[in-house]
Structures are given as C-alpha cells and as structure tokens.
Write a protein that binds this ligand. Structure first.
Ligand code: URP
Ligand code: ZN
Ligand code: ZN
Length: 471
C-alpha cells in the first residue's frame, strides 16, 4: 500500500508566515508530511512553477438565503460551493438567517437541510439575529454556539433585519457572556430611509441612486455607534464589508482606544465604483450592494488598510441574484425605484484572483499577506484554526495550487456560480487557481470540477479566541 494518497511535489509552499520549497504528503484527507522530497504516493501532482497555498476560506457568503417574496437567490450550497472551489476556496461560512417571528433554532435546522448532501467543500454557519426575543437571547443563542455556530451577524439597517440600539446592546451582552463573535452590518436605517425618500421625491430612482442613498457618512456614523455600544458592553466586534476611508477612521480610532474591533473588506471595494451603477436598462442593478462601491480614493484607503492591519479578512460577501430574470435582480418593481433592486452581488469565485491580481501582482501586498487575508485570519477569527487556514502536519489537506503569472480575463461564461452575470465581466487578472484540493480530494483541476455534492461537511467551529472580552 502506498504511504501517501497524494504527494504535491516541487511547489513553493506559502503560508501566512513562510515561503518554503517543499513537498506535501497527504493521507486520509490530512497533511501528514512536509519534506524536501516525498515519494511513494498513489498520485503525484507536479507543482513545478506553482505556489501551493492554504485553500481559501470565505467567511462571508449568502447561499440559499430567503430574500423576500419575489426574489430568488441564484446559488444554493451546491452551485455556490462549486463556484467557490473553482476560485480556489475550500471552506465557506454562510449565513443562517432568522426570520422575524421564527425561532432561530428552527432556521438553523432549515439551513442544515439546505446544505446537507449539497456542498462540495466544508461549510459552517454564522447566525443572523433579526428577532432577539428573550428565548433567543437566553436559550437558543447559547445552545447554537455550543453546536458550533460561534458567531452571528446583526444589522443596523434593512426593514426585515434591523435591530434598534437597545436590541444591539442586548445581543452584544449575550456575545460577551458566551464569547461569541459579533459581526456588524454598519449602515444607519433612518438616514438611509430619509435619503431614499428624498431621492425618490426628486425623481431620482435609477439604480445609480442606490449609492447616493447610502453615502460613506451613513456607514461612518453606524460604525461609530456600533463601536460605542461594543465599548459600553466590553465586547469584541467585527465590522463587515467596510467600503472606504470614513468607517476605517472609526475602526482605527477604536483600536487606538484599546478596543477589539476587527474589520473585513471585499473585492467590490478595491475594484468597482459607484459609477458602475450608472448603466442603461437597469444594468446598474448588477452592481447594487450595500455598502455600495465607492471611488478611487476609497480603493486607496482600503489598500492602506489591507497593508497596515486595519483589515484582518478579505471576504466576498457573495450574495447572488439573477439580472435577467423576472424572479431576480430585476425585481418586478426595480424600474420604479432602486429601493426594490435586491442588494448583493456574486463574487465567491472571483475573490482570490482579484486580490492576487490587484494586490500581489501589482506589488501592494505580499503572497504571505494574501494568504493571511484570504485564509489564515478567517480560520483564526472564526474558530477553525489550525485545522483550516494553514499548511502544517496534522491540518486538513485543503490546498490551492496557484499560478502567480497566469493571465486570464474574467468571463461569465467560464464561471460556475448560479448568477447570470458577473460584475467583473472583462476584468483582466494575473494569477489563477489551477487546482483546488479539499480534504485531500481534487475538487477542481484546470477549471474542470471533479468534486461531488456531499463531499463537503458541516464544520462545528470552536469559540473564537478573538471573541474574548477585555484587553
Ligand atoms: O448588499 C449586500 N451586501 N447584500 C448582502 C447582505 C449583507 O448585508 O451582507
Ligand atoms: Zn451586511
Ligand atoms: Zn453579506
């Protein structure tokens, strides 16, 4: 019998801390040896000229999420994880959204059913708390944290999700007590509503005005408010999908005060702008997400933050809808007002190539920083480390073989997601995943998907060390 199931030979292994020329031996889904030369494997993979990175972890994805009566999400766990793997990602953490008036536990059970037997790669769940009743706060949340869903998201906007300040304080207090990590969508509900109504009354209803209805100051104010609530309760928080300089200034200010405020950003905030929302025939709807893409100054600010540690994680915020479909992005009332265009864009497959191309290939970040931002820090922050997010003996054999020099152009026709468009159509990239390996199985080889639905399993995540209160 061969000593190894798989040997990855002649590659350059890159982790968040090191770059080493070594071979990797895999057995039973785990890395069992790192050595100068490994022989005796059932299958040898020649990684000459390639980098071998920890498989990406995308800790912010929406799959099969209930999005309202006339809207259908374009990806469930099968197509969503297929697309993720094709882009070099081997683990996703998706949201299990509580419907107001429903029990959170029942919602999580429903998401387990949606995912079971479907995912090609491993997945976990963050909770979305939209209705923090006493039983949710005192019974359901602690039980669900114990079941391995150790983080949850709260929203400061959206009619069906918004929590008021008192509710935010209540859920923050539970997070502190139970050491769960809180993720915050920081945009102010009332200010958005005010601007939306004002724009509509002036006849400014095209998708472009979505961006005008959510300026950075709205994100800045909500970020500051969330930070103040977190300081009052003494609880760490993660501000997700940060779009530009103004919220970043609040995050840095909080850190200077010694507060544990973490931050996430996404591809749309380094590669799209509000001008992309200006297309004819509601084309701009393809770029509607919240917070909206900003401008070049914001891109520069985000790069500074990716380099200086303001951001720990780079996620996709994959939230896929259909553009050209009656049941999708073009909601039946989208032409009436931007307020009806579903918020969210598809990006699970293109996240890593955009960051490599714009970041590493252009000399803005190092390959090691890329690994930290796309994999290692997600694992550390969300209770998956060291099983996931690095390359070491004993860890899951979740790997991506990366060609740092390959030039490609992003095209919808070559992508695997369920959406009928990509916001990055025609975007030229340098750097490409040529093979994705998850749990020692080859899931994608040169664009060909070999993985099967059900190969991936649910991840019970540990309590995050980042969720500990105090300094
Ligand atoms: O527009 C976005 N980002 N939609 C996804 C939901 C969210 O807020 O993350
Ligand atoms: Zn959000
Ligand atoms: Zn999201």
């Amino acid at each position: 019998m061969a000593e190894f199931d798989l040997a990855i030979r002649n590659g350059t292994v890159v982790t968040a801390s090191d770059t080493i020329r070594c071979d990797i031996g895999v057995r039973g889904g785990r890395i069992v040896q790192l050595a100068e030369a490994i022989t005796g494997a059932t299958r040898d993979i020649d990684a000459s000229g390639l980098m071998v990175l920890p498989g990406g972890i995308d800790s912010h994805v929406h799959l099969d999420q209930d999005s309202g009566p006339e809207i259908r999400m374009a990806d469930g766990f099968e197509s969503g994880t297929r697309a993720a793997a094709a882009g070099g990602t081997t683990t996703v953490i998706a949201f299990a959204k509580q419907k107001k008036g429903s029990s959170l536990r029942a919602c999580v059970e429903a998401y387990h059913k949606k995912a079971e037997g479907k995912a090609l790669i491993d997945y976990g769940f963050h909770l979305i708390v939209s209705d923090p009743t006493p039983s949710v706060l005192n019974q359901e949340l602690p039980a669900l944290f114990g079941d391995g869903c150790t983080s949850f998201k709260v929203f400061m906007t959206y009619d069906d999700l918004v929590l008021n300040d008192r509710q935010l304080l209540d859920v923050f207090a539970v997070a502190r007590r139970e050491q769960a990590l809180v993720m915050v969508h920081a945009e102010g509900y009332d200010t958005i509503k005010y601007l939306t109504e004002k724009l509509e009354s002036e006849g400014k209803t095209a998708p472009y005005y979505h961006a005008a209805s959510r300026p950075q100051l709205i994100e800045r104010e909500a970020t500051h408010r969330a930070i103040s609530h977190a300081e009052l309760i003494d609880v760490p928080i993660m501000i997700v999908h940060v779009s530009g300089r103004e919220p970043m200034e609040q995050i840095r200010w909080a850190r200077q005060r010694g507060l544990k405020v973490y931050a996430e950003t996404c591809p749309q905030y380094i590669s799209l702008t509000a001008d992309d929302l200006k297309g004819e025939n509601l084309e701009g709807g393809k770029y509607v997400c919240s917070p909206p893409p900003r401008d070049h100054d914001s891109w520069n600010a985000i790069w500074e933050g990716l380099k200086d540690g303001t951001f720990q994680v780079f996620s996709s915020d994959h939230c896929p809808f259909f553009y050209d479909s009656a049941a999708g992005k073009l909601h039946p009332r989208s032409a009436e007002s931007f307020r009806y265009v579903p918020n969210g864009i598809p990006g699970i497959e293109t996240r890593m190539m955009i960051l490599w191309s714009e970041g590493v290939a252009k000399g803005r970040i190092t390959p090691n920083e890329f690994v930290a931002l796309t994999a290692t820090n997600h694992a550390r922050i969300y209770g998956l480390y060291p099983r996931k997010g690095t390359i070491a003996v004993g860890t899951d054999a979740d790997l991506v073989l990366w060609d740092p020099n390959r030039k490609e152009t992003i095209r919808q026709e070559a992508l695997h997601h369920g959406s009928d468009y990509t916001p990055w159509e025609g975007f030229a990239v340098t750097g490409w995943p040529v093979m994705t390996i998850a749990g020692g199985r080859i899931v994608v080889e040169d664009g060909k998907v070999l993985g099967k639905p059900g190969d991936g399993g649910f991840l019970r995540r540990d309590i995050s060390p980042y969720a500990r209160a105090g300094s």
